[in-house]
Design a protein around this ligand. Structure first.
Ligand code: DGJ
Length: 558
């Protein structure tokens, strides 16, 4: 019943032209596919890369939409993530109001933008702030978690069946509304809850939760994790309370998603407030029980109706950022960066994220709705760099489907400039690529003459990165910003061969085709392909000749 992880041949066959696919596609449900460890998201029966814009939290009212659309346009996003909250659609129990949703979808359609509603229900950054008053004020019917001393904690209990039933009613009403009024699937995916978990507590100590904690671990979980049957403490030792809470949240969110998908089978995900990827943190210090990296396996068992557990990344340092991507890009978890910071440290990660085969990327809080989440230079980085994101989206926007298809079928790689400015190396099969960030467009930085040219220092190139997709064994599509890419023969496959460019074609994607603009050669390729701030895409064909030693094509004097 849920999303099959096996692609259906008719859907993943790329033999048919996009035009033909489109003509039959309008009612086909958006769908995620995983094959050979790679993922792709199909919308209208063709690959779709979500170049997202996420609004601020309180922009889910008609009055805020003009500013939202202005920002979506400035960013060049093809997908809008925007809250649709429980308090908004069911202010009085049993009485539903979808007027905002209707206006939103109508306006999105005229702009050709797809929508991912963020279902803000019982848990928004762990808190019940977006529940209607009849929920948040009735702690008898909808209990909060209980602390060890018996006092109420702020978060609602994921063990409460009454809460689940009430929220399921609201969520399925919302999905039913979509089914009825969004037959063209302007909504392509749904986020279920927002950053669930709990701060300052590891588990609920209510009588109900205590009794479940003293009962055996559900057989399904024990079996999938290869644990011996027994109570939580025996199965998980010191981690028992956290695993218990993770499973409770996974079941809550997973069952909600399942109920929603029974109405309308759209892909669904839930986002994570991260546990720090490398620093030592104890449960309670982060959103405990949410889909943090250490409990992803528990979530996968508890919430099979959730396709993706997605990281919200607000860690500007490249070491941390990349560690999170490695934790969440798993064979069973398509990568989607569902939120990221907008300071000028972040646009570069577009390359790193897409290079890991992600199906989407999303800067958070892009609309100018009278406030900014991080108005000052609080993390040592400058305020928002919407232009940086826009510049990167512009690199691939026309060809986003094609980049996605190539990545899924043949492979994709990407690198963002790291904080140490170091080079990055990729094995592309027959070829090796080196991406570097500290070179001039002509020659080598080490040559003092070039140093005198007055070009910017590399650390000014914050938004720097390269994206590579394989078109054929010897042909690559490459784009980027403020970085150099060079190629070598992979000596494991053919020793004593030196790589040469057969051709470096500047191309543009128009009318579903790569159109040749001009050939790059000479100074423009002698030192690799050097991306600047300009918007350039190349189709590079590589060849080789027989020689034991690599010789730079140009010596130092030029
Ligand atoms: C993460 C949350 O998911 C967002 O809704 C928003 O609150 C941001 N944090 C603010 O940084």
């Amino acid at each position: 019943m849920m999303t099959s992880k096996d692609p259906q041949p008719s859907v993943v066959s790329f033999g048919q032209s996009h035009e033909k696919a489109l003509s039959v596609a309008t009612n086909i449900l958006p769908k995620l596919h995983i094959r050979n460890g790679r993922s792709v998201f199909f919308v209208d029966n063709k690959p779709f890369l979500m170049l997202c814009a996420q609004t601020n939290n309180s922009s889910n009212y008609v009055a805020a939409l003009p500013s939202v659309w202005e920002s979506v346009e400035a960013l060049g996003a093809n997908t809008l993530q925007i809250p649709v909250s429980w308090e908004q659609i069911e202010p009085i129990e049993g009485e539903f109001d979808f007027s905002f949703l209707d206006t939103l979808l109508e306006q999105a359609r005229t702009r050709n933008v797809r929508v991912v509603p963020l279902w803000f229900g019982a848990f928004k950054n762990t808190s019940p702030s977006y529940t209607p008053p009849w929920v948040k004020l009735d702690n008898q019917r909808f209990p909060r978690m209980i602390r060890p001393d018996g006092d109420n904690h702020y978060a609602l209990s994921p063990h409460s069946q009454e809460l689940f039933m009430a929220e399921r009613k609201a969520f399925t009403a919302f999905m039913r509304h979509l089914k009825k009024y969004d037959r063209q699937h302007t909504v392509i995916m749904v986020q279920v809850e927002n950053e669930v978990g709990v701060y300052g507590l590891v588990r609920d100590h209510s009588a109900l939760a205590n009794s479940v904690f003293e009962a055996p671990v559900p057989p399904e979980l024990a079996k999938n994790l290869g644990l011996k049957n027994g109570i939580w403490r025996d199965a998980f030792g010191k981690d028992a309370e956290e695993m218990f809470t993770a499973y409770a949240f996974a079941r809550y969110v997973g069952r909600l998603a399942e109920a929603g998908r029974e109405v309308l089978n759209l892909p669904m995900y839930t986002n994570a407030a991260l546990r720090h990827p490398t620093a030592k943190q104890s449960p309670g210090q982060y959103a405990t029980g949410g889909p943090t990296f250490n409990v992803l396996d528990v979530w996968k068992v508890g919430a099979p109706a959730i396709d993706m557990l997605t990281p919200d990344i607000y860690l500007p340092k490249s070491h941390d950022y990349n560690a999170v991507l490695d934790q969440y890009a798993r064979i069973d978890n398509p990568l989607f960066v569902s939120e990221t910071g907008t300071h000028d440290a972040y646009p570069r990660y577009f390359f790193e994220v897409l290079g890991r085969g992600a199906i989407g990327f999303s800067p958070f809080g892009i609309d100018d709705a009278d406030y900014k989440v991080h108005p000052n230079d609080i993390t040592g980085f400058k305020p928002d760099d919407i232009e940086g994101f826009a510049a990167n989206y512009a690199l691939i926007k026309n060809a986003a489907s094609e980049w996605s298809r190539l990545g899924f079928e043949n492979g994709i790689w990407g690198a963002a400039r790291g904080d140490n400015n170091g080079s990055r190396h990729f094995n592309l099969g027959s070829w090796l690529a080196e991406v570097s960030f500290d070179e001039w467009p002509f020659g080598y930085r080490a040559w003092s003459a070039s140093n005198a040219t007055g070009l910017k220092q590399p650390n000014e190139f914050k938004n720097a990165g390269v994206l590579i997709a394989k078109m054929d064994e010897n042909v690559f599509l490459v784009t980027g910003k403020n970085a150099r890419i060079e190629f070598k023969k992979n000596n494991e496959t053919l020793p004593n061969q030196q790589a040469i460019f057969v051709s470096v074609e500047e191309v543009e994607f128009t009318d579903a085709e790569w159109l040749f603009q001009r050939m790059w050669n000479g100074d423009q390729t002698d030192y690799g392909i050097n991306f600047t701030d300009l918007n350039k895409t190349f189709r590079i064909t590589l060849g080789s000749y027989n020689s034991k030693s690599a010789q730079r094509s140009k010596p130092k004097s030029y």
